[in-house]
Design a protein around this ligand. Structure first.
Ligand SMILES: Cc1cc2nc3c(=O)[nH]c(=O)nc-3n(C[C@H](O)[C@H](O)[C@H](O)COP(=O)(O)OP(=O)(O)OC[C@H]3O[C@@H](n4cnc5c(N)ncnc54)[C@H](O)[C@@H]3O)c2cc1C
Length: 78
């Protein structure tokens, strides 16, 4: 079973900063969020992506995956 020293309710800027600082100083922190996204009032979302924006996002995901795969491969051959 997982245990935490501190449970922070809400992942808004306040909760994230408090959680990060507590973790920085060695506390085991659990942050609970009722929404599907972290960030509270400061979270971002995109409405109705255009095809161009979809391709851009797909490209950035592929570039990210490629970087991760490359790093994993480099780690293996070291
Ligand atoms: C449109 C807009 C523009 C802004 N622009 C700026 C700006 O330019 N500069 C600036 O400094 N500030 C700005 N702010 C203010 C800033 O975003 C907020 O002050 C800050 O995000 C508040 O953070 P918070 O952690 O206090 O609360 P919130 O961001 O409200 O986070 C609270 C979190 O707790 C969660 N929560 C609540 N109850 C529960 C529960 N029972 N269980 C689990 N989770 C729960 C909520 O879902 C939410 O994610 C703006 C705010 C808005 C709305």
């Amino acid at each position: 079973m997982q245990t935490a020293d501190v449970i922070v309710v809400g992942s808004g800027l306040g909760g994230l900063v408090a959680g990060a600082l507590l973790a920085r100083y060695g506390r085991r922190v659990m942050i609970c969020e009722s929404h599907t996204l972290a960030g509270g009032a400061a979270h971002g979302f995109t409405r109705q992506l255009s095809n161009r924006a979809r391709i851009k996002r797909l490209r950035s995901i592929l570039a990210h995956l490629f970087t991760v795969a490359l790093l994993m491969w480099l780690r293996q051959i070291r």
